[in-house]
Write a protein that binds this ligand. Structure first.
Ligand SMILES: [Zn+2]
Length: 114
């Protein structure tokens, strides 16, 4: 059931969570604007422009507003996510996670013997 739900989420439609796609932005399809909560698009730069791409919340603009909701370059956002990821998988936390997993496996095995 969980796998099926995840696959549905990965379809990347408007109502679903989406999944990371290949491209210059790390979080393509995964970033939501903090102002309106809509999924943010990626604006890629032309090769001659030496700026990184941007996350762009343009839902309201598409609905007729005169401005886009918000935009930001991908670099600081992606860097923050990478830092949080590396912190989460640091050896200490990984060791704790492995011990918890071991504990769960013991519990499952004990229950299976009942
Ligand atoms: Zn927005």
């Amino acid at each position: 059931m969980q796998n099926r739900q995840q696959l549905r989420q990965n379809w990347n439609r408007d109502m679903s969570q989406g999944t990371a796609r290949e491209g210059p932005a790390l979080l393509q399809g995964l970033v939501y604007g903090g102002v309106c909560g809509r999924k943010m698009a990626i604006q890629n730069r032309a090769a001659r422009e030496k700026r990184s791409p941007s996350y762009l919340c343009q839902g309201e603009y598409e609905d007729g507003a005169s401005h886009i909701c918000q935009s930001m370059t991908t670099r600081p956002v992606d860097a923050g996510v990478v830092a949080a990821f590396l912190d989460a998988i640091s050896p200490v936390r990984l060791e704790v996670a492995m011990r918890v997993l071991e504990q769960v496996e013991h519990t499952v095995a004990a229950l299976a013997r009942w």
